[in-house]
Design a binder for this molecule. Structure first.
Ligand code: GDP
Ligand code: MN
Length: 380
């Protein structure tokens, strides 16, 4: 679960990580009021669960209260990176001398938390990580020992941080580590952590991602969940009881099991295609769930082919085939649907599909090849 910037900043404040003065607003009137309180020079920041707001026009610096109102009007109720903006954070404007990148994240390779820092913080950090990865300092943290002082000094030296800031920098990283551990986060990020013209360190942006599997330990944090802020398709996915994540490609995927869903996306990619989504329908996929899932996939206009990949273990393939058929008859789409059924009662299942417009495939590879070809034909 991703937290909004303003929510992350509430946590930062509780842990003593300095953030600019600011408050959340839902209307232009509130923006005006807060801007007055903060002295007129403010930053209006769209609260959406996506990065890159600055480049998308979701972060605007206002020099006067009138400007603050004007920008709030341009952001509130609009979309930033495809997400509706219902709230803006109004922060006091800060003059920046330097932007630093700082984060702690789960590192899959070392299977440990990793501390990352760079003196090239700000909006171009993704670009830096591609073109100059050496400009981002990474230090693995032993979860049992925690952050060590020498690691903090090592990082400070390697990002060429002026010695005058080492003390505050260390405090901020230590507190960031506490947030990460206490909240069961998978990511805590400050980008940018700025050196202000008054020579203070300040977290100008804040991003926290919590581990959903540990949320039950943090009832107070789950209250932060802002249903309205999540992508509508993902909300719909939760409603119909499937795990759904939208992607950018044009091949819809309907799979039983998260691992199999990832393997399906991998093979699509390997064969030169792009998946439109991740969808794990779970065990015992009944026809209602298949139908709801197909509708969800088809609500994405980019989808040009659908790949259904089901492995029948406890789930019986003939049952799934019936579900697919009745869903298919119900929806009547022209989008080609390739079906790969393997496992318990698969022959029976495939027999049921004969005579329909569904395209059966014997293996995952064959199914993916057909789906990639069909999706590609539409493009050309
Ligand atoms: P993001 O683009 O979604 O990561 O949003 P950020 O909160 O990081 O803001 C983007 C950029 O806006 C930052 O990198 C800063 O350069 C700039 N910015 C944000 N707040 C302030 C501020 O108070 N003063 C100044 N001068 N720039 C700011
Ligand atoms: Mn940022």
């Amino acid at each position: 679960m991703k937290l909004q910037e303003y929510q992350s900043k509430i946590l930062f404040t509780m842990y003593g990580i300095p953030v600019p003065n600011g408050r959340i607003a839902e209307s232009i009137n509130e923006v005006k009021q807060i801007s007055e309180e903060l002295g007129g020079r403010v930053v209006i920041k769209a609260q959406v669960l996506s990065g890159g707001r600055g480049k998308a026009g979701g972060v605007r610096i206002a020099k006067t209260i009138d400007e603050a109102e004007e920008y709030a009007g341009q952001i509130l109720g609009k979309e930033i990176n495809g997400l509706p903006v219902r709230k803006v954070l109004v922060d006091e404007m800060v003059s920046i001398n330097k932007e630093i990148y700082l984060s702690i994240a789960n590192d899959r390779i070392s299977q440990k938390p990793v501390l990352m820092a760079s003196s090239f913080g700000g909006m171009d950090i993704e670009e830096v990580s591609h073109s100059n990865p050496e400009k981002i300092v990474k230090r693995v943290i032993d979860p049992l020992l925690g952050l060590r002082d020498y690691q903090l000094r090592d990082v400070a030296i390697n990002i060429d941080l002026d010695r005058a800031y080492w003390q505050d920098f260390s405090t901020i990283i230590n507190q960031l580590w506490k947030v990460y551990v206490d909240c069961d986060a998978s990511l805590v990020e400050i980008n940018p952590l700025v050196i202000t013209s008054e020579k203070r360190l300040l977290a100008l942006d804040a991003k926290i991602v919590l581990d959903d599997n540990a949320l039950f330990r943090h009832p107070n944090l789950s209250d932060f969940r802002d249903i309205n802020a999540e992508p509508p398709t993902e909300i719909q996915g939760r409603k119909i009881g499937v795990s759904f994540i939208k992607m950018d490609g044009n091949i819809g995927c309907l799979v039983n099991g998260a691992g199999l869903a990832m393997a399906t996306m991998d093979i699509i990619k390997e064969l030169g295609g792009e998946a439109a989504n991740f969808l794990d329908i779970g065990g015992g996929a009944n026809s209602k769930k298949v139908e709801d899932s197909l509708r969800l996939i088809l609500s994405d206009e980019k989808v040009k082919a659908i790949l259904i990949n089901v492995f029948g273990g406890i789930t019986r393939c003939d049952e799934v085939a019936k579900g697919i058929l009745s869903a298919f008859n119900e929806i009547k789409t022209k989008i080609p649907i390739v079906v790969r059924l393997v496992g318990t009662n698969d022959e029976e299942g495939l027999r049921l599909l004969q005579g329909s417009d569904l395209i059966p495939a014997k293996s995952l590879r064959e199914a993916a090849e057909i789906a990639v070809r069909l999706a590609g034909e539409v493009i050309s």
